[in-house]
Design a protein around this ligand. Structure first.
Ligand code: F0G
Length: 378
């Protein structure tokens, strides 16, 4: 059997489709190349003739899709001579920023909302040596502060308003098309700032590009349209963005002042990619919708118990919404659906344990007791 080439991350994999030059020092942790898992049991349980795939982005190096964007943002920050990066975060961006800054040997400053970030994410930021600044405020307050302070200090912002973030994140769409040999009919994502849904649309659009700038969103490629002239796919998916109902500015038609949801990753009231995301919806003929915390947690549990896939609550919003829209026919039978699972379940162990109905009562370490515990649960 021939040896397989070592996978060294998405910048090397998609070098010709990213704004990277030959002598750029690449900062990578082997991100990307995540599994596209076909769900076996949930469509059967639903009694629906649909193919549902989950793109398990929780298997990136720091456990979320942010690594795709962060490898590009940090690579370009270092290339430009920056010695420090900064971000506001609900947790995953700060974990990725901390890790890639450590790898690059630069400093990371992360602003997080006090008490509203999952424990695993905080552990990552601390462990990677970031300067963690907890603010008495939410993500939106932190984002504004980051923008303000970057005008007064030599720091590069690595939130998704940094265009290199979306360039890295678009590669998830490339991977999906390469595996399915087409685009899905529907691509469902959880939406916070709406950077990721925009990045996926850039990716699909570049793959559909036949040499002309065909749409407004397409122009976001900034001339880095590697598929130019190739038209690898003839049809792009409808993009569907789901928000938590307590943090659903796209459903309310404007910013939400005090966003709240159990899915802390998407506890965002003032999305930074508001306009691009609206363009994505118009061009893809997709839609936004919202899910309750109960629906989100139920979908998270269903994925874990029926498919063996553990994602964090925010991630399950994509499947929660997709299941509802499959059941109500908005996503018709016969469709191929991809749901992005943005982050790993281990990011937020507290929520998992809290919603579990399992009682952890110790028994004596004796054969009879263990046997009874097993037979009583067969
Ligand atoms: N899912 C997870 C697990 C996230 O961490 C985020 C965003 C999203 C979905 C939403 O993605 O903002 O591109 O629409 N997390 C950011 C953070 C805000 O700070 O980690 P989006």
């Amino acid at each position: 059997m021939p040896y397989r080439r070592r996978y060294t991350g998405l910048i090397e994999r998609y070098r010709d489709r990213l704004p990277i030059s030959d002598d750029t020092r690449v900062i990578s942790l082997g991100e990307g190349n995540t599994p596209l898992i076909k769900l076996n049991n949930i469509p059967k349980d639903m009694d629906k003739d649909v193919e549902i795939y989950v793109k398990y982005e929780g298997l990136n190096p720091t456990g979320s899709f942010k690594d795709r964007g962060m490898c590009m943002a940090v690579t370009k920050a270092v290339e430009s001579g920056s010695k420090a990066i900064i971000c506001a975060s609900t947790g995953n961006t700060s974990a990725a920023a901390a890790a890639y800054a450590a790898r690059a040997g630069i400093k990371a400053f992360v602003l997080i909302p006090e008490g509203k970030i999952a424990m695993g994410k905080l552990a990552q930021a601390v462990m990677h040596g970031a300067v963690v600044i907890q603010i008495r405020g939410n993500f939106d307050d932190g984002m504004q502060l980051v923008k303000d302070v970057a005008e007064h200090a030599p720091v590069t912002i690595v939130n998704s308003i940094n265009p290199y973030r979306l360039q890295g994140q678009k590669t998830a769409a490339f991977e999906i098309v390469e595996e399915l040999e087409r685009a899905p009919d529907f691509h469902c994502l959880p939406v916070g700032n709406a950077g990721n849904i925009t990045a996926h649309w850039i990716g699909y659009t570049e793959m559909a590009c036949s040499g002309e700038h065909i749409t407004d969103a397409c122009k976001l490629c900034n001339g880095h349209c590697p598929y130019s002239g190739s038209g690898m796919i003839s049809k792009r998916p409808k993009m569907v963005g789901y928000q938590a109902d307590g943090s659903a500015p796209f459903m309310r038609g404007g910013p939400v002042k005090d966003p709240d949801t159990v899915a802390t990753a998407i506890r965002i009231g003032n999305p930074q990619s508001w306009e691009p995301a609206q363009a994505v919806m118009k061009e893809s003929e997709g839609w936004f919708d919202e899910c309750s915390d109960e629906e989100i947690l139920a979908a998270q549990q269903l994925l874990a118990t029926r498919e063996g896939v553990f994602c964090e609550p925010a991630s399950a919003t994509s499947l929660a919404g997709a299941m509802r829209d499959i059941n109500n026919g908005k996503i018709p039978e016969g469709s191929t659906v991809v749901c992005t699972l943005t982050g790993h379940g281990l990011k937020d162990p507290d929520i998992a344990i809290k919603q579990s109905k399992v009682e952890l009562v110790p028994i004596d370490a004796k054969l009879e007791e263990v046997r009874d515990a097993i037979l009583g649960n067969m």
